[in-house]
Design a protein around this ligand. Structure first.
Ligand SMILES: CC(C)(COP(=O)(O)OP(=O)(O)OC[C@H]1O[C@@H](n2cnc3c(N)ncnc32)[C@H](O)[C@@H]1OP(=O)(O)O)[C@@H](O)C(=O)NCCC(=O)NCCS
Length: 136
């Protein structure tokens, strides 16, 4: 089946939240309001994989003027291991390069063997010495 990767629209938000509920640990920013805010502030940051109208993948390619940040890379279970995660990441990288990002990072849960296997298969570098501090 052809899967198109395109910028998300407001109408996609419920499906994106559903995809995240099924594939990722919840975070405080998983809400329709937060996603609408993202679409307003940075249209094009949220990319979705659209399979004949079904949202089967997502990635956020965030640009703050300094670094590119990749968040919420997710592929629906039935569509995994067909290269869609790789395609989403490449589109995110392309978008970030286009807006001017020269350095990009992504947060990956170290205990998640599947996510680590995915990231290890990419040409991104793992930085074992770096820790993450969060608020909120
Ligand atoms: C991680 C995730 C996005 C990968 O999506 P995907 O479409 O299945 O990934 P791809 O098909 O592009 O896989 C690319 C490569 O990653 C590696 N890989 C992906 N999933 C893997 C798994 N379950 N086990 C081992 N290796 C895996 C393989 O090397 C694979 O290449 P191959 O299929 O040619 O062997 C998907 O499993 C997912 O949504 N997981 C839940 C959310 C998540 O953990 N996201 C990452 C947070 S940072």
């Amino acid at each position: 089946m052809h899967v198109d990767i395109r910028p998300a629209r407001a109408a996609d938000i419920p499906s994106v939240l559903e995809l995240w509920r099924a594939s990722a640990a919840p975070t405080a920013t998983d809400s329709a309001d937060a996603l609408l805010g993202l679409l307003r502030r940075d249209p094009g940051a949220l990319l979705v994989a659209d399979a004949a109208g079904d949202i089967v993948g997502s990635v956020i390619a965030g640009w703050d003027g300094w670094r590119g940040s990749v968040y919420r890379l997710a592929v629906a279970a039935a569509h995994r291991r067909h290269g869609l995660g790789r395609r989403l990441l490449h589109q995110a990288e392309r978008r970030l390069a286009e807006v001017g990002a020269r350095r990009m990072h992504a947060i990956v849960v170290g205990e998640d063997a599947r996510a680590m296997a995915f990231w290890r298969s990419t040409d991104w570098d793992h930085r074992p010495g770096q820790l993450r501090f969060t608020k909120g």
